[in-house]
Design a protein around this ligand. Structure first.
Ligand code: ADP
Length: 270
């Protein structure tokens, strides 16, 4: 791990459970149709604890829908999903999906959105502690101390009382990451976390994500930054037309893809 690059020592960013090889996420046969448009056509995904999975693929291939399904923000029509330790959900059998099942998913992961989605009328600190206090019922003093430690780790301690509009896009997105970390999730989900940023601000956000990967967080990242995916991911999953066309270690998938569709996609971007 190269966790020192963010400055402070300590384990404020350390995940809840130590990384190991056991499976954390098990999704099988995930299907989703939007208004007659079959967007996911049987997606299998397994993520081990401490693993970083990058989801790549053309726009509209279903990457975000996969990610949102893991978090309970989207409800698949069919397939099974288990975040180990929680219930195994059979989407076809449980329609409509009970609230408890959706909450069980939501409580295990935290999403970092393309647009940071910070509350504009709240300070940085208020944004970060909102979830822990309101959703997780953490005492405010504890949530504040935790938030301050996390903000310090991403170099934003002095922005505690600033409002989002007073921050750069990169700083806003780093607060978005801290807000996700403050929920102490088992799984971090990133939905194109840098695609709304000016190019010169991308690096500072990717650096934080790389730090988290090195520290053993389990993450699924939807990204167009193929160089970054190659650097940070343990496994790259290439989605096209709602199916997983190919998956593998980045060194293999990026240099010697087996499938013609993967090759064509990479040729256009690399
Ligand atoms: P990607 O992340 O790979 O760009 P998405 O998962 O965002 O793909 O979207 C896949 C397809 O599903 C797209 O055609 C998109 O328009 C459609 N889609 C996604 N969400 C919705 C929704 N809530 N309602 C209708 N169509 C949707």
């Amino acid at each position: 791990a190269s966790g020192d690059a963010l400055g402070a020592s300590g384990d404020a960013l350390a995940p809840q459970s130590a990384p190991d090889d056991s499976v954390l996420v098990r999704a099988r046969g995930i299907r989703k149709t939007f208004g007659g448009n079959e967007v996911l056509r049987g997606v299998d995904l397994e993520v081990r604890r401490g693993e970083v999975v990058a989801l790549i693929g053309p726009s509209g291939s279903g990457k975000t829908t996969v990610l949102r399904s893991l978090n309970g923000l989207e409800t698949p029509d069919a397939g099974e999903l288990e975040i180990v330790g929680g219930p195994r959900i059979d989407f076809a059998a449980q329609r409509p999906l009970p609230k408890a099942a959706r909450y069980a998913l939501r409580d295990r992961s935290a999403m970092v959105f393309q647009h940071h989605n910070l509350f504009p009328h709240m300070t940085v600190l208020q944004n970060v502690i909102e979830g822990p206090v309101q959703v997780r019922r953490m005492p405010r003093a504890d949530a504040t101390a935790h938030a301050e430690a996390l903000l310090a780790r991403v170099g934003l301690a002095e922005k505690r009382d600033a409002y989002p509009f007073e921050l750069s896009g990169g700083q806003q997105q780093r607060v978005g990451i801290v807000r996700a970390l403050a929920l102490e999730p088992d799984l971090l989900l990133f939905d194109e976390p840098t695609s709304a940023l000016d190019p010169e601000l991308v690096g500072e956000v990717l650096r934080v994500i790389k730090e988290l990967a090195d520290e053993g967080w389990t993450m699924v990242i939807v990204t167009h930054e193929l160089a970054f995916a190659r650097q940070v991911a343990d496994e790259v999953v290439f989605l096209d037309g709602g199916v997983i066309v190919e998956r593998g270690a980045p060194a293999t998938l990026f240099t010697a893809p087996r499938e013609e569709r993967t090759r064509r996609f990479l040729d256009r971007l690399l």
